[in-house]
Write a protein that binds this ligand. Sequence first.
Ligand SMILES: [Zn+2]
Length: 316
Amino acid sequence: MPTSLRLHRRSAAVATSVALAVSFLLPTSAALASPIGDLEDTQASPSSDPTPSPGDAGHERKSKVASQEKDFAAYSLDPASPLVLVNEHHPLRPRDYTPKKLVAVNGSGARMVPQAATALEKLIAAARRDGHGLIVESAYRSYDHQVGLFRRYTNMYGEDYASKISARPGTSEHQLGLSADIGVASGQCSLRACLAELPAGKWTAAHAAEFGFIIRYPKDQQETTGYNFEPWHLRYVGTTAARKMRAQDVATFEEYSDQLVQAREAHREGTARKQAEAKRQAAVQDALREAAAEREARLAEETRWMPEWARSAAAR
Ligand SMILES: [Zn+2]
C-alpha cells in the first residue's frame, strides 16, 4: 500500500496546511537556506546499522502553543533549526543536507550536531546517576548512508515493507543530526517497543523533556507521525519546545509545528491589522491637514480686500 494511504486524512490535511502555511509564511532565504558548509567527513558511517526484522519494524520510519516571539524566530524549514519538521511530507531541503558541524556523543561513535550531542550527554549522565545505563545505538546518518540503507531494505523486503521500517533518503530525522536511537547496554529490547517498559525506557520518557528531547514517535500516533511507536528514537527540539509540548500535552511534533505556524500566522495578521489601522489614521490626519490648509487659503483669498484688523477678525 502506498505510504500516503496509510496516513489518516486529518493528519494529511494538517500536514498539507502546515506545508502551505509554511511556504507562504517563511522567508525564502530560510526555506532555501543551504547549510552545506565546512563539512566534517560527512560520509563516515554512524555507530551502528540496526538490521530490523519484521517483528521490530518501526525503526526508521514507522511511520497549542503560546505565541511567543522566540518561537517565531526559531521555527523554520531550515534543517539547522532544532524546530525543523521533517517527515515524509516535509523532506529535508536540500534533500542531501549535511549539518555544518557534527561531534561525537561522548562514549559512543555516534555523532550529532553539537547542541544535541551535549544535551544527550547530559541526559545519559543524569540517567546514570539515577541508575540507568543508556547507550546510543545510532544518531547522525548521512543522505548517502540512508540511500544505501533504504536500498538494502528494499532488496530484503521489497519497497513496500522497506518504507515502513526505513525512511526514504531525504526524509530521515537522523540526517539532521538532531535525533538519536538509544537503548540499554544489555541490548534488551533494542529498537523494540518493549524498551518503553524497561526502567531505563520509563526514565527516558519521564525526563527527556528536561534535556530538550521528545519521544518523536509516540504510541498510537502513527496516523499523525507516519511511524509506529519508537520509544528509542529521541529528537532534540530544545528545552522550551520539549517542556511546552509536555506541559500542554501536545502528543506529536507535527501538531506542535502546526500550532507554531498558526501562532505565527495570527501574529502576522495582528501586525498587518495594526499597520493598516496606523496607515488609515495617518491618511485621516493628512486629509484633515489638507482641508484646514484649503480653508485657510480660501479665507485669505476671500478677505484679501479687507483691512488688516478686519481680516484677522474674520479669520477667528
Ligand atoms: Zn531512529
